[in-house]
Design a protein around this ligand. Structure first.
Ligand SMILES: Cc1cc2nc3c(=O)[nH]c(=O)nc-3n(C[C@H](O)[C@H](O)[C@H](O)COP(=O)(O)O)c2cc1C
Length: 326
């Protein structure tokens, strides 16, 4: 079964399912597997140590798929920011035609991508940010609800409200993100006004995700309560898997007068990478969302996407169809 939406048409993909950018996880193996399965796979630019490494990763992904795939560029406030303009140039010079932007003030990036014919999906967590990205000229929006792994923003609006609230105002194609993992979620997203879904955590628990099997099993074993919200106090909220490190960060942050440097030793990206690569799930922060409660196996991306599509079909054609009468 196929579900055709403005999003699938715009990006030339078979199924309305996107794999969001994921630090340390969004490598060629995963992005190519998602794209080969008819979804939209996305490489994560900053996972590559330099812009030249990103170019090589793009070449590696091209060798694994002839289907469309994109690159995520996450713009986070930082004292020592990575060379964003150079990563952007590497993306453009490599002939990439789809980019997912996320984070703060993407205007200069959007302008340059658009000037070079690159289509931009901007991921954001509030209706007002979606509207500002639309005004900036992006081609599509990925709206990320409070359930999501990563940075859900500070408004705490779950997808059930955020998606239709955004759909009422955003005119360009919009996909729903945060908490999606199966066909029920896809149908719900479509019903709420989105034209596809974006998934992060669900794709971490797939055969092709380039992380340790113990982390995949940790996600499977966790339920919907298995996350912590960190960095709340510092207005940069992150949703991560509950483990000894994120528990500690929550505990320290709750202390009166706590400042960021008190938690800094626990939260480095390098430690999170060790957790993902060695399978020691208490080595650092492991980013994962509430959808862990719906993840019960570690399929290939092809099996997962096929299952989501056939489940969605069954719900639309049979379950919902049977409920309706004149
Ligand atoms: C391990 C991991 C790393 C992530 N890293 C990034 C990132 O670097 N940039 C970004 O825009 N989003 C990042 N995200 C967020 C995802 O792209 C996506 O928006 C989110 O996972 C959706 O929520 P879900 O996990 O409930 O599907 C990450 C998510 C995970 C699980």
């Amino acid at each position: 079964m196929k579900i055709k939406t403005r999003f699938t048409e715009m990006f030339g993909i078979e199924h309305p399912i996107v794999q969001g950018g994921m630090m340390w996880v969004g490598r060629a193996e995963l992005a190519a597997a998602v794209s080969n399965a008819g979804g939209l796979g996305i490489l994560t630019a900053l996972t590559q140590p330099t812009p030249d490494d990103l170019k090589r990763e793009i070449d590696r992904c091209r060798a694994m798929t002839d289907k469309p795939f994109g690159v995520n560029l996450t713009i986070l406030p930082s004292v020592n920011p990575p060379p964003y303009a150079e990563y952007r140039k590497a993306i453009i010079d490599s002939g990439i035609t789809i980019v997912e932007t996320a984070g703060h003030k993407p205007q200069e990036h959007v302008d340059d991508f658009k000037a070079h014919g690159v289509k931009v999906v901007h991921k954001c967590t509030a209706v007002r940010h979606a509207l500002s990205a639309e005004r900036m000229g992006v081609d599509a929006i990925s709206i990320d609800g409070f359930e999501c792994a990563g940075h859900p923003g500070e408004d705490d609006i779950p997808g059930l409200i955020l998606i239709p609230a955004a759909a009422d105002k955003v005119k360009i194609p919009m996909i729903a993100s945060g908490g999606f993992g199966d066909g029920r979620g896809l149908v719900a997203a479509l019903a709420l006004g989105a034209e596809g879904i974006n998934m992060g955590t669900r794709f971490c628990a797939t055969a092709e995700a380039p992380i340790h099997d113990k982390v995949k099993q940790f996600i499977v074993d966790n339920d919907e309560r298995g996350t912590n919200l960190i960095f709340r106090k510092f207005h940069n909220t992150g949703r991560v898997a509950k483990n000894s490190v994120s528990d500690k960060v929550v505990e320290i942050s709750a202390r009166e007068g706590a400042v960021f440097t008190d938690i800094q030793p626990y939260v480095s990206g390098a430690k999170g990478r060790v957790a993902l690569e060695t399978g020691d799930v208490d080595a650092g922060l492991v980013w994962a969302g509430q959808v862990q409660g719906l993840i019960r196996d570690i399929p290939t991306c092809a099996v997962l996407i096929e299952r989501i599509m056939s489940e969605a079909n069954e719900i639309i054609q049979t379950r919902l169809g049977r409920m309706v009468s004149q």
